[in-house]
Design a protein around this ligand. Structure first.
Ligand SMILES: *Cc1c(COP(=O)(O)O)cnc(C)c1O
Length: 381
């Protein structure tokens, strides 16, 4: 059926009608008083969302652009950095850091497992000369559905004292509690098409005073992503370059919805949906890729038995018009991933699990009785 697609991938995520309608307006001039008012409102609400008094700057980039801004503004060629790598996005941090000439020590974990916090502690404690300039990690590793233990790793960074903590929060911001000020996170990158409930096109970087200190001596080349002009402009409720005005309208509408729901409720909803989907998949007899104690609240990865992951994915699409994600790189065909962040509710989870159940049985799966998944999911919801 036309126009009945349901998006259950970890970004882009579904967009509420209210947000879509906010975008369907003639753009205003970005130097107008009217637009400045909107900028002031979204900037304040972004700080609310990040639970911070730090600057939260809006860039016209995808999430990766926000990550890049987080590197080039605060570090120098040759700087020693520790990069956590347990999946595709951790790998991206490592690649990016090398491109900019940083001296990278990777702390790796097997795909599907969380980063070993002790490895960070050991490296940071051994660094008595304080050569480590930054610890760079992905909070929710979207490629595997693993949530890394940011609070613990960050506590070792704080004990070290000198190092910055740089976080890819692209699929954790708005899906799980990240109190930026309470934890003292220096740089937090995120993107609009994930927990924000708006289409792709905006990146966000949250910058601490300690990071701004590092900015003063950072010499990597930068122009469009030089954050100082963004800070200066934001303090006057404007932007250095032409922003995607209609996406800012969307951001305004989405942040208003988030504020009405409340942070606690947003986090609790993601937690509940995650538990419900995991219970459903377990009841279907399928192994989960990420362990319960390190489960992302944004995306759940499944290693199907008996049936190929790509076959499940294409059948879900064909029979039910539900888009789920596959595995990336070496995980292609081995896992599938169900996104459940942003504008997602109980009904979506019930629909996804029952469609998965139908898909598996249509493909001859014999690992569970028909309906077992829905029963377990419904029980939690
Ligand atoms: C989506 C995502 C990104 C950003 O990807 P873009 O395609 O550049 O928006 C970065 N990190 C994680 C963990 C993601 O899920």
């Amino acid at each position: 059926m036309e126009d009945k697609q349901m998006l259950m991938i970890p970004g882009p995520t579904p967009v509420p009608e209210r947000v879509l309608l906010a975008m369907a307006k003639c753009p205003t001039g970005h130097r107008s008083g009217e637009f400045s008012k909107i900028m002031a409102e979204v900037t304040a609400k972004l700080q609310w969302l990040h639970q911070t008094k730090n600057d939260v700057l809006i860039l016209t980039v995808s999430g990766t652009g926000a990550m890049e801004a987080g590197i080039i503004n605060f570090l120098n060629k040759g700087d020693r950095v520790l990069v956590g790598n347990n999946g595709k996005f951790g790998e991206r941090w490592a690649q990016m850091s090398r491109v900019f000439g940083l001296n990278v020590t990777e702390i790796k974990a097997e795909s599907g497992k969380p980063l070993d916090t002790e490895a960070f502690r050991a490296e940071l404690e051994a660094d008595t000369q304080k050569h480590i300039k930054a610890v760079i990690i992905t909070h929710s590793e979207t490629s595997t559905g693993v949530l890394n233990d940011l609070p613990t790793i960050n506590s070792y960074v704080k004990a070290h004292g000198e190092s910055l903590i740089i976080v890819d929060a692209v699929t954790s911001l708005g899906a799980i509690n990240i109190p930026v000020d309470e934890w003292g996170l220096d740089i937090v990158a995120s993107g609009s098409q994930k927990g924000y409930m708006i289409p792709p096109g905006l990146g966000f970087v949250c910058v601490s005073p300690k990071a701004w200190e590092a900015y003063k001596t950072a010499t990597l080349p930068r122009f469009y992503l030089d954050l100082e002009p963004y800070r200066k402009s934001a303090s006057k409720d404007t932007t250095p370059f032409t922003p995607p005005v209609n996406l800012i309208f969307a951001l305004q509408a989405a942040l208003q919805m988030m504020e009405r729901e409340g942070l606690e409720n947003i986090f609790a909803r993601h937690q509940r949906l995650t538990q419900a989907i995991r219970a459903g998949i377990k009841a279907l007899g399928l192994p989960l890729f990420a362990p319960d104690h390190a489960a992302s609240t944004a995306v759940t990865s499944v290693i199907p038995t008996q049936i190929d992951a790509e076959e499940i994915r294409s059948t879900m699409k064909k029979r039910y018009d539900i888009a789920i994600a596959g595995g990336q790189d070496e995980l292609k065909g081995k896992i599938f991933r169900i996104g459940h962040l942003g504008f997602v509710c109980d009904r979506d989870i019930l629909a996804a699990i029952s469609a998965l159940d139908g898909t598996l049985h249509a493909l001859g799966y014999e690992g569970a009785d028909y309906g077992a998944g829905v029963a377990a999911t419904a029980k939690i919801l």
